[in-house]
Design a binder for this molecule. Structure first.
Ligand SMILES: CC(=O)SCCNC(=O)CCNC(=O)[C@H](O)C(C)(C)COP(=O)(O)OP(=O)(O)OC[C@H]1O[C@@H](n2cnc3c(N)ncnc32)[C@H](O)[C@@H]1OP(=O)(O)O
Ligand SMILES: O=C([O-])CC(=O)C(=O)O
Length: 458
């Protein structure tokens, strides 16, 4: 890799070459971002895994609506309410539901849990050869590389039969917490100069319990902390076929590639700050607001700072208020409602009441600021990423792990979409791109090009 920052300039590279006039999208009726003119997604497939509802279309008009989400027909709010009944953990049950399509009976669920237990440990010397040898500052990068490397440890890595893919899916769901926790400790050790702590995953623990056990130095956690984390995992497990990472998984799957390639691609997509990576960006943005707004009780000052963020004059200069807006949801994201309640509970309990108030204020003011400073009529609200990082911080989870937690949970959704694509998709996903390239250019020899440049310089 070249370290020369000016290499682009030296070789004559200019981003201008890549610019395509926005008008051309209209002229050729090309759906930018695979979106219809009203912002709704272009229909790209069918799914029986989940349903994401955020607006209604009546007589061709899109109208904002309250959001709802169901997994295999079960409302997420209902699943969340019954979370942890009879001592079970909700996330594992949701994984079963998503993968198999129905809620398990006792025998089926016990077999599923046993399979997860058997698959928690990493292959022999994987920790030494992969995790410790090539640490990364970014745990999502580490997770993606780890998943890709697991290919080498699977004797039947390339088979795409449902029987083989369900086996691989269970193995990946079980291994993700260990990969994330060890990746985190490798980063803490090699980059932050902390001690290296590698707790073995415990067979009898749930996924949420194992995460807390492995990421904490003293390995201790309370049943309540595990329940709240379990709930967060449940809420992040699945979100339709069109979300960027699931679609990535489906695109890769449709080429016939192996499970590890398709899933590591999905992890890479989730990492982006406009997708799952937003949960970390929200926390950074809130810290930035706390630092720059003098009076945090002055809503006017907060509002004008949000305006600065949107106008790219503050924050990370992306113009985005992280944790706000959604491709489908308009008036509300059902997951946010549940996470907000958890954030409020933990904040009151742990003395972060003022911080929670700030979150609520930003949540309330951001849509108004968006409408005013962006001049956009789109109805926006807080998405799943808005409160999740705050909840994790109150569970004492390091911020490097916020997006990896999303990936641990979403593995269930990705694997289900991979199975659905393999079983019911069947055609390679291959949309078209209208070419706006000017053809018919005559080849110019090197000596002629030399002359042309000299003439230009003269
Ligand atoms: C798990 C998840 O992935 S949830 C989403 C997590 N992402 C974030 O929280 C990042 C902030 N939000 C966003 O970037 C967007 O709302 C997205 C990517 C989530 C959805 O985007 P879309 O609904 O497709 O919005 P769309 O791309 O149509 O945007 C319309 C305009 O509003 C802007 N916009 C949308 N959301 C925001 C926001 N939160 N802050 C500022 N501007 C926004 C877009 O940048 C775009 O501006 P432009 O026309 O100047 O390019
Ligand atoms: O659906 C989307 O575009 C993003 C999202 O909320 C998710 O993947 O959970």
């Amino acid at each position: 890799m070249t370290d020369n920052k000016n290499i682009g300039e030296i070789i004559g590279f200019s981003p201008e070459v890549y610019k395509i006039s926005p008008d051309l999208y209209k002229n050729y009726d090309v759906k930018r971002g695979l979106r219809n003119l009203d912002g709704s997604g272009v229909l790209a497939g069918l799914t029986g895994i989940s349903e994401v509802h955020g607006y209604v279309v009546y007589e061709g008009e899109k109208t904002a609506d309250y959001g709802s989400l169901s997994y295999r027909g079960y409302d997420i709010a209902d699943l969340a309410e019954h979370c942890g009944w009879d001592g079970r953990f909700a996330f594992e049950e949701a994984c079963y539901l998503l993968l198999c399509g129905f809620l398990p009976n006792d025998t089926q669920f016990s077999a599923f849990l046993e399979a997860l237990r058997q698959n928690r440990a990493l292959p022999e010397s994987f920790t030494e050869d992969m995790i410790l040898k090539a640490p990364s500052k970014d745990i999502m990068n580490k997770l993606s590389r780890s998943v890709l490397t697991l290919y080498s440890y699977d004797r039947n890595a390339d088979s795409t039969t449902p029987k083989n893919v369900i086996r691989q899916s269970i193995s990946l769901i079980a291994k993700m917490p260990t990969l994330a926790a060890y990746g985190y400790w490798a980063k803490a050790h090699y980059f932050d100069r902390k001690s290296l702590i590698l707790h073995q995953p415990q067979k009898e623990y749930s996924i949420a319990e194992n995460i807390l056990h492995m990421i904490r130095e003293n390995s201790k956690f309370t049943p309540e902390e595990a329940r709240i984390l379990d709930l967060a995992l449940l809420l992040h497990a699945e979100h339709g076929g069109g979300n960027n990472s699931a679609f990535t998984c489906r695109v890769l799957t449709s080429s016939g590639t192996d499970t590890y390639s398709a899933i590591s691609g999905a992890i890479n997509a989730l990492k982006g700050p406009k997708h799952g990576g937003a949960n970390l960006q929200v926390v950074k943005m809130m810290n930035d607001i706390e630092k720059h707004v003098e009076n945090l009780h002055d809503e006017g000052e907060i509002y004008s700072y949000l305006g600065k963020i949107i106008k790219r004059k503050a924050g990370d200069r992306s113009g985005l208020v992280y944790g706000m807006g959604h491709a489908v949801y308009t008036k509300s994201d059902p997951r946010t409602e549940i996470l907000r309640a958890q954030a409020e509970y933990l904040a009151n309990k742990n003395g972060f009441g003022e911080k929670f108030e700030l979150y609520e204020t930003v949540e309330r003011l951001a849509p108004k600021a968006f409408a005013e400073f962006k001049g956009d009529k789109k109805v926006i609200s807080a998405n799943v990423d808005f409160y999740s990082g705050f909840v994790y911080s109150m569970l004492d989870i390091p911020n490097e792990l916020y997006t990896p937690l999303f990936a641990i949970a979403r593995m269930a959704g990705w694997c289900s979409h991979r199975l659905e694509e393999l079983i019911s998709g069947g055609r390679i996903l291959r949309p078209a791109y209208k070419s706006v390239c000017k053809n018919g250019k005559e080849f110019v020899s090197m000596s002629e090009r030399k002359k042309l440049y000299c003439e230009k310089e003269e």
